[in-house]
Structure formats: C-alpha cells, structure tokens
Design a protein around this ligand. Structure first.
Ligand code: ADP
Length: 215
C-alpha cells in the first residue's frame, strides 16, 4: 500500500522546488494544480459545470474558459469562489484518486496541494502532511525574485492562505526552507529515506510521530 504525503506550504515556500527534488529521486508526484488546470483547459471536463454556474460571460468560446473573467468574478464575489470550489474540489479529488492507481508499487508518493489546509477534503486523500515552512519575509523575497509581484500583492495572497501557525498545526513533518537549495536537497534526501522506510498499518496510519527535519 502506497503512503501518500501531502506536500503543502504558503506561496513561495518552495513547494514546487521540493516536489521537483522528490521527483528527481524517482518519487511519484501528483500535482493538484496541474490536475486543476487540465480540468479547466480547453474542452476540460469541468467546463460544462462552470458554464451552468456562471454562464457565457466567463467563456471565450463554447469550449474555452476566459480565466481572467473568472478570476475577476471570484475576486469580486466570495460566494462565487465558494461555488466554484464546490464544483472543482470533487473533480480534483477524483483525478487524484485515479492518478494514485498509476503507482501501485511505490512505497510512497507526493501529492502537491498548495491549499491542503484550506480545503480539508484534501486531507482525507493523504496519509501524512509535509509542510514546507519559511518566514513571511522569505516568502516575499522569493516570490518577488520569481515573479516580480510587489510586496503588497504578495501580502494580499498570503492573507488569503492559511496562517503559518495553522498550517504547522496540521503538519506531521516540517521542512524548514530558509537555507540554500543544496540544504533543501539534503533535507529531502533525509525525508526520502524516512518515508521509504515507513509502512502503513492496517488502519492506514503510517506513524504517530512528528518529524522536524534538520540537516
Ligand atoms: P511555491 O511552489 O511554494 O510557490 P517555489 O518552489 O516556486 O514556491 O519557490 C519560490 C522561489 O524560490 C522559486 O524561484 C524557487 O526556485 C526559489 N527557492 C525555493 N527554495 C529555495 C531555497 N532553499 N533557496 C533559494 N531559492 C529557493
């Protein structure tokens, strides 16, 4: 039985970087954001439900979503955000379930879910939670370097996400990512050894212990 690790963290914490390092070690990686993008791509299977919810105004053509219009609608109306999530979450969960079946022999795999804590439905799809943790100052710096957003824009995104404290409450394992990329790689190699050695018991529980990962 494969152990599924939910990888999460705030914007700019290093989730994508960490997922890439796990992948380079040969660990199966399911990317919830990528699944979401496929569902809402041209002809994606979520499109009919989105059209039923919000109508033609969030579409370019019959089979092509106008992402900017949808983002704008969801930004202006919190209720619309909730309705969209109610449509998308079950579909993403279904995709995760089917993606898992592609790795019947893996000891463990990573499910990269940026908003794992914010959407508890996802918690049921994972066996352990790995939080990539950095300070807000580091988040801002790294997102600026990556995307050029300004500090205010980044803070606004951070404020829509679970707080650092809440996220850490859900963590089985915490990977502190304030150091260099080579330190991050070493920590992930350590976690890789740890996860490879864990097996699920008959209750689907890997281990009750919490791990703080240090180099
Ligand atoms: P997230 O997916 O959590 O939003 P990313 O993995 O994209 O974050 O990381 C944000 C930026 O910071 C990226 O440009 C990434 O390459 C960089 N980064 C991540 N971890 C480190 C690190 N330990 N040292 C230096 N840069 C890092």
């Amino acid at each position: 039985m494969t152990l599924w690790i939910g990888l999460t963290g705030g914007i700019g914490s290093g989730k994508s970087q960490a997922a890439k390092i796990f992948s380079d070690l040969g660990v199966p990686h399911i990317d919830a954001d990528a699944l979401n993008r496929n569902l809402t791509a041209d002809n994606g299977i979520a499109l009919p439900a989105i059209r039923r919810l919000f109508g033609d105004k969030v579409f370019h053509t019959q089979n092509s979503l106008n992402r900017a219009a949808l983002r704008d609608l969801v930004f202006r109306r919190p209720q619309a955000k909730k309705e969209l999530e109610e449509v998308l979450l079950p579909l993403i969960l279904n995709e995760i379930k089917s993606a898992k079946t592609r790795y019947p022999n893996a000891a463990y795999g990573i499910i990269d879910v940026p908003l794992l804590i914010e959407n508890p439905e996802f918690l049921a799809a994972v066996d352990r939670v790995l939080v990539i943790d950095v300070s807000e100052a580091t988040q801002i710096l790294r997102v600026q370097q990556r995307s050029g957003l300004n500090t205010e824009e980044i803070k606004r995104i951070i404020n829509t996400q679970a707080s650092r404290k809440t996220r850490l409450l859900y963590a089985d394992d915490v990977l502190e990512n304030e150091g260099t990329l080579s330190e991050l790689t070493k920590k992930i190699q350590g976690l890789h050894r740890f996860y490879s050695g864990l097996t699920l018991n008959q209750y689907g529980v890997a281990s009750p212990c919490r791990t703080i990962c240090t180099v």
